[in-house]
Design a binder for this molecule. Sequence first.
Ligand code: SAM
Length: 283
Amino acid sequence: MTLGNDWFSEAHPDGGSAFSLKITKKLHEEQSEYQRIEIFETEQFGNLMTIDGLYMVSGRDNFLYHEMMTHPSLYTHPAPKNVVIIGGGDCGTLREVLRHPEVESALQVEIDERVTRLSEKYFPELCELNNDSRATLYFGDGIKWMADAKPGSVDVIIVDSTDPVGPAEGLFTEEFFRNCHRSLGPQGIIVQQSESPLYHGKILKALHGAMRAAGFEATQTLFFPQPVYPSGWWSCTMASKGLDLKTFREKDVANKPFETVYYNSDIHRAAWAMPEFFKRLLG
Ligand code: SAM
């Protein structure tokens, strides 16, 4: 089948594949200081944001990513009071973080203010908690912010970044993770979006190595579906300081005072299950 001009396609050279969505309208396009941002209305996936031609967020399936980037780490930490999000300019992760009543402050450090301003317009549901008194939106480079962060001041760091190229490249390095480790208190967690287990094994292996080399005691990849990202199978990787990543506050999950679409205790445990090839990959 040949697709016409009313389809948006992202090709995945690493997988010899592509993913397409039927577009009903182009809503916006601009070249910001950092990247090319486009917004489309799709036939079945709600609004869609792409950056430099790559899928970032769609109205239909973002709940998978945002919930898995947030709830497993916040329910693994015994008392997540101070949370820092690096990237995440669409504000969907921030919204999930703010659903946790024990969070006292949530700071989003996004390099490109335009991503957030366009999300406010085209993804208002993701930005609905931006005015929460606990939320701060700071626009600047997350690598620099982390290098200057006060030691021991953060409980959970969520790295909700673009792929490891351009401004996000430095967010996958040992040096960045060292700074994260220093900024965390005696019990702390970092979680990083970690690409496709099927297509990006090299990135995942290097990520585990860099997190451990930076001083984190344990690392754990969690797997989840994500239709709009390459291969449709995505992951995030958690690393901990002074905490076991294989236990979480299950009672609190059962009694959570907010609704989720995807996340629950069974999903949390299931996301740990490691395919055989992945065990071999990590050695
Ligand atoms: N979920 C998406 C994915 O995996 O493709 C990521 C979405 S979120 C919009 C990613 C954000 O990270 C972008 O808005 C980008 O501007 C931001 N970003 C990239 N590098 C950054 C850096 N060094 N500091 C802060 N934000 C950064």
